[in-house]
Write a protein that binds this ligand. Structure first.
Ligand SMILES: Cc1cc2nc3c(=O)[nH]c(=O)nc-3n(C[C@H](O)[C@H](O)[C@H](O)COP(=O)(O)OP(=O)(O)OC[C@H]3O[C@@H](n4cnc5c(N)ncnc54)[C@H](O)[C@@H]3O)c2cc1C
Length: 458
């Protein structure tokens, strides 16, 4: 870093707000992706929006690149610095500014963890619907910057649907006020949407106003098994109709995933034998047990499902979820190459078969498992690199993303692009749209100082 730039930062911040070399903990050198750690030039820990603005003004003056960091739980390398970058952690901009019970909103500083937001909402007898496995560490700023999805998307949408207003520090260091509490607001371009999902490349989010909902009622949970993918899609539509859209999870597991997961979590007593081609974990909240049972009976009558178990206690519900959440065991039990893709719901199974065939043609012994939030058109696919010595991540990426292009899907459903997916973006984004993304980036960050080399190259 230019010594003048460092000097100006030192004049503006307290000594403990600037860390260098050994004082930068390893956790700031990477995110949760497979990317290896990199020591940045410095780690800055601003305490308020004015300091974020001052830092960016100084960095802009010296064309010093900066990487905004939230909880660093991202899975695409987006929060990992290069050695020429300065990291700005938002962790000290943390706390709830206001809960407006009448407007059903919560205004929160960017460094507040998702779990804190969820807990504060419940304490105010409201609910904040975004929920991810990383809730204890990921921050609201990071979940907005990645447009996170997670468990309740089928019911409440992604983060984009839950943000009403923002405060953002731009690439020139200006504090841009996009705060808003209203559901309806068509006063010109909806600029906040530009920053949602921009992965720190267009601005630094410092504050957000979030939409709250009533607390949903108790959960009704069932695991169903069936033979044909089309029946799973019909089941989704039937349940949505019967349960008045109150489905919070519709998690499909292909037989390979289900068999593997049960062999880990309940080898002697799987809730349903592994003889079916498909399994789906359905969770509904706010409907009575009776209505839930009736809708499953209807699904049986229409021959959409062949077997089902309904959780009758919290323990049984957790046992069913353990099967779906076997993914948390992946890093321990496999050497997984993970994909987070989306496809039109009607083509997902055909994609699974075609992609599997292409992978097995290349590596006949490859272990490939499929599962996903099918109601959100989101498929997760994992290839175990340990299943064949010749498997390389690069080759698997090429095969899978080529297949995604053929099926008109998206190479990133909810995890974003970062650096890991940047070079595959053309498989699901048209050349014109890629050009427009670069135009937007150049317009908002002409010196390319905000998280350069992430998402799009300019
Ligand atoms: C166990 C686990 C489960 C997960 N489950 C899901 C899931 O179900 N769905 C899902 O979508 N994701 C999931 N993720 C991925 C990850 O948690 C999300 O991407 C999350 O939104 C990242 O938040 P963060 O605060 O950790 O951001 P970081 O990882 O720190 O940063 C992510 C990106 O946002 C930028 N950024 C961070 N803060 C700001 C800010 N204030 N202003 C501007 N840019 C900023 C960074 O520069 C980077 O580009 C999971 C991750 C883990 C480890």
């Amino acid at each position: 870093m230019n010594s003048e730039c460092l000097k100006e930062l030192q004049e503006r911040l307290k000594p403990e707000q600037i860390r260098q070399d050994d004082a930068i903990d390893l956790s700031y050198q990477k995110d949760w992706s497979s990317c290896s750690p990199v020591l940045p030039m410095a780690l800055l820990l601003p305490e308020n929006v004015q300091q974020v603005s001052d830092i960016i003004k100084i960095c802009a003056k010296y064309k010093q690149s900066v990487v905004p960091q939230g909880g660093r739980t991202g899975l695409t390398g987006a929060a990992r610095p290069s050695k020429a970058d300065v990291c700005i952690s938002l962790e000290k901009l943390n706390g709830i500014e206001e809960i407006d019970i009448q407007a059903n909103t919560m205004t929160v500083l960017a460094g507040t963890t998702l779990q804190t937001v969820q807990e504060k909402a419940i304490a105010a007898e409201r609910y904040f619907p975004l929920d991810l496995g990383s809730r204890g560490s990921c921050q609201i700023g990071g979940t907005i910057a990645t447009n996170a999805g997670g468990n309740n998307v089928i019911r409440f949408g992604m983060m984009r649907n839950l943000v009403l207003g923002l405060e953002v520090v731009t690439a020139s260091g200006e504090i841009l006020n996009l705060q808003n509490k209203m559901l309806k607001n068509n006063a010109g371009y909806d600029l906040k949407q530009l920053f949602i999902g921009s992965e720190g490349t267009l601005g630094i989010i410092t504050k957000a106003t979030l939409k709250l909902t009533p607390i949903p009622g108790d959960a009704q949970t069932a695991l169903c098994a069936f033979a044909r993918y089309e029946d799973g899609v019909a089941l989704l539509h039937l349940m949505q109709k019967e349960l008045n859209q109150n489905i919070h999870a519709f998690e499909m597991m292909w037989q390979d995933f289900y068999t593997m997961s049960c062999s880990w979590s309940c080898p002697d007593n799987p809730p349903i034998e592994n003889e079916y081609a498909f399994y789906v974990l359905i969770e509904s909240k706010g409907v009575s047990e009776e209505v839930f049972h009736q809708s499953l009976e209807k699904a049986f009558e229409e021959e959409l499902i062949q077997n089902a178990v309904i959780a009758s206690s919290l323990r049984e519900r957790e046992q069913l979820w353990t099967i779906r959440e076997a993914t948390s065991e992946f890093p321990v039990k496999l050497s997984p190459i993970n994909f987070d893709i989306s496809l039109p719901i009607g083509s997902i199974n055909e994609f699974v078969q075609t992609c599997r065939l292409s992978l097995l043609e290349r590596w006949p012994n490859a272990l490939v498992v499929n599962f996903g939030h099918i109601g959100d058109s989101n498929l997760h696919l994992a290839v175990d690199a340990n299943s064949d010595v010749n498997i390389t991540e690069e080759e698997v990426d090429k095969i899978v993303y080529q297949c995604v292009e053929e099926f008109k899907g998206s190479i990133s459903a909810e995890h974003g692009v970062g650096t890991l997916k940047r070079d595959y973006l053309h498989h699901s984004v048209s050349p014109q749209a890629l050009d427009m993304m670069a135009t937007v980036k150049k317009a908002l960050d002409p010196f390319n100082i905000l998280n350069p080399s992430k998402v799009v190259l300019i």
